[in-house]
Design a binder for this molecule. Structure first.
Ligand code: ADP
Ligand code: ADP
Ligand code: ZN
Length: 217
């Protein structure tokens, strides 16, 4: 089973992807995480994309398609791939179609996490992640444990993303509506689009996604 999680910044894609990794042995392919890794380890590509990411603009199609191509070639898929934050443009979507076709892997579902802008601002403003394992927290809806230790790995190192500020978020939302939202029509026409209510509680969203993945239709 290979799926795309589609939705604006803060919709809950990463949170849901991690749950699928834990419960279904799926493999999360997050271009955002890959780009942040490149930036943190100071590679040439990482240096090139740092400013673009800080502003909340999209990195070039060429770079992210290259990252995904490498993963599809090198990484065993276990329970299937979860594309998280990719594709974000029509060019990326058609490139992914080609890559999957060449690898003989189907795309089974594109799951849209529906949310509204007010919720996104609140989610991004409260987001933090474990610096060691990447577990996602929220100041209000999923607070860091009182003992200061990550529930998953026990690390005490928590991070906030440099681009989780209001100005960058506004830009990321515009990029989403201009360049990524056309993918909803693209996948609808391919009869792959499924929608879930991303405003529901984390557990309920998990249940809705599980229902889609368990539905053979
Ligand atoms: P969020 O979870 O807030 O949507 P991501 O972690 O997916 O953010 O992405 C962070 C930043 O990385 C984006 O604002 C963009 O600059 C860059 N990025 C990630 N994925 C892509 C992609 N598929 N195409 C272009 N840029 C990307
Ligand atoms: P994305 O990967 O789409 O940018 P994240 O999974 O990082 O989104 O979630 C953004 C923030 O919202 C995080 O702080 C996360 O804990 C919180 N969050 C995710 N899903 C929900 C939900 N269903 N209800 C409330 N908060 C949520
Ligand atoms: Zn952790």
């Amino acid at each position: 089973m290979n799926i795309i999680l589609l939705g604006p910044p803060g919709a809950g894609k990463g949170t849901q992807a991690r749950h699928l990794v834990d419960t279904r042995d799926m493999v999360q392919l997050s271009t955002g995480d890959m780009l942040r890794e490149a930036k943190d380890s100071g590679t040439e590509m990482g240096k090139m994309v740092a400013d673009v990411m800080a502003r909340g603009d999209l990195v070039t199609d060429e770079i992210v398609i290259g990252l995904i191509r490498e993963k599809l070639e090198d990484q065993t898929d276990h329970g299937g791939f979860i594309f998280d934050g990719f594709p974000r443009t029509l060019a990326q979507a058609t490139a992914l179609d080609e890559l999957l076709k060449a690898a003989g892997k189907p795309l089974d579902h594109v799951i849209e996490l529906g949310v509204n802008d007010e919720a996104l601002v609140a989610r991004i403003a409260g987001r933090s992640t474990c610096g060691n394992c990447g577990e996602v927290y929220h100041d209000v809806t999923k607070p860091q444990p009182a003992d200061g230790k990550c529930v998953k790995c026990g690390s005490t190192d928590f991070k906030r993303r440099a681009d989780d500020n209001e100005e960058s978020l506004r830009n990321r939302l515009m990029e989403y509506y201009k360049k990524t939202s056309p993918l909803l029509g693209y996948y609808y026409a391919h009869e792959l689009l499924r929608r879930v209510d991303g405003l529901a509680e984390i557990d309920d969203v998990q249940g809705d996604i599980a229902a889609i993945l368990n539905d053979p239709a």
